[in-house]
Design a protein around this ligand. Structure first.
Ligand code: UD1
Length: 339
């Protein structure tokens, strides 16, 4: 069970997960086409862990190449991260999202069947719940019509995996529905590094504080929340990474009897955008230049997880608090700009 393929393993969540896998003694195989990641992340992983994962640079849309990979490498489980993830861009170029997010998964599932690889962990998102009627949201909440092509690809992927598992005798799958992962590894050698202008809140905050961006705009303060800004469930990237290894081990140990599982990964606590900004200023002793702007199209008002199923079944719980998350994001930003 030791050989794990991590697709998108040089990306933000992928690279942190690779480190956790190495720390727990797994042999890691990374496939990444570097479309939204950096090759020097491989060196950084080696520097932190003392181990360099086997690295394969190619596009998972290439079915023959995927097949060749599986024919040449003995893989026990797959963790599939590789995907495009900018919600706004997916509204403008939807086909890029349908192609990049669905074709690789199809190719991988077909290769898994062909080469008898039985376990897959899929990187899904709380976006499948839209604005839930009940908070905190648990896994029984209905999946709502997606607001964006990006969100739709996550829903379709979950269904594609479920159908494949149903039709197979032995395949097992877990979809992990992430809330808002932020922060960076304690070494400050890897972290979130979006190409171009960040869409997500925390990289925008750290880039503003360091002077790469002039000013943060808080998207709306007229929501029906205590301070008027949106509420999200932010969780530390290292906590999130750890959950993937728990999921692999859970499947291996015969945990998911139905062979398909869905788990929310969050802290269970929501923070508003204003609270994130205030906490950032407090823990980093930086004054942040920000203003209030209009609402951002497609944003839900408030969402936070009921993570109790992951705690019960996967024995996973987010441990790190908001201050630690923001401090680590800031250490990473400072360290990255220094070089
Ligand atoms: C969304 C999706 C998430 C998806 C992710 C991909 C939901 C609930 N979440 O995260 O599933 O995986 O996109 O990128 O659909 N904000 C500002 N100013 C900024 C940037 C953000 O005020 O410059 C605010 C947003 O309005 C939001 C909060 O910060 O209220 C978090 O935004 P962001 O980090 O972009 O994540 P989500 O939109 O929650």
């Amino acid at each position: 069970m030791k050989n794990i393929l991590v697709t998108g393993g040089l990306g933000y969540i992928g690279s942190h997960t690779v480190l956790e896998l190495i720390a727990r003694g797994y042999e890691v195989f990374v496939i990444d086409n570097l479309s939204n990641s950096h090759i020097d992340t491989l060196d950084r992983i080696e520097k932190i862990s003392g181990k360099r994962p086997a690295f394969f640079e190619f596009d998972l849309c290439d079915k023959d190449r995927v097949d060749k990979f599986f024919s040449q490498n003995q893989i026990d489980s797959v963790i599939h991260f590789a995907a495009s993830k900018a919600v706004g861009e997916s509204m403008q170029v939807p086909l890029k999202y349908y192609r990049n997010n669905l074709l690789p998964l199809m190719n991988i599932l077909e290769a898994m069947i062909a080469y008898n690889v039985d376990r897959i962990v899929f990187s899904s998102s709380c976006t499948v719940y839209g604005q839930p009627d009940k908070l905190p949201v648990d896994e029984k909440a209905p999946v709502q019509k997606a607001e964006s092509p990006y969100g739709n690809t996550k829903q379709i992927s979950e269904e594609m995996i479920a159908d494949t598992v149903r039709a197979s005798e032995s395949m097992k799958a877990i979809s992990l529905r992430y809330f808002n992962p932020i922060g960076a590894h304690e070494s400050a050698l890897i972290g979130e590094l979006p190409i171009g202008t960040p869409n997500c809140l925390v990289p925008y905050v750290t880039q503003t504080a360091i002077g790469v961006r002039e000013q943060l705009t808080i998207h709306g303060d007229d929501y029906d929340t205590p301070d008027g800004t949106c509420i999200r469930d932010y969780l530390h990237i290292v906590d999130l990474a750890e959950a993937h290894i728990n999921a692999i081990e859970y499947m291996h140990d015969g945990g998911n009897k139905d062979r398909i599982g869905y788990f929310n990964l969050g802290t269970g606590r929501g923070y508003s955008v204003q609270e994130v900004v205030d906490e950032f200023e407090k823990v980093t002793e930086q004054k942040l230049n920000y203003k209030i702007g209009p609402r951002r199209e497609g944003d839900v008002e408030e969402v936070y997880a009921d993570p109790s199923l992951a705690e019960k079944e996967l024995k996973w719980k987010a441990k790190r608090g908001l201050g630690e998350m923001l401090k680590s994001a800031w250490e990473w930003e400072k360290n990255y700009r220094k070089n």
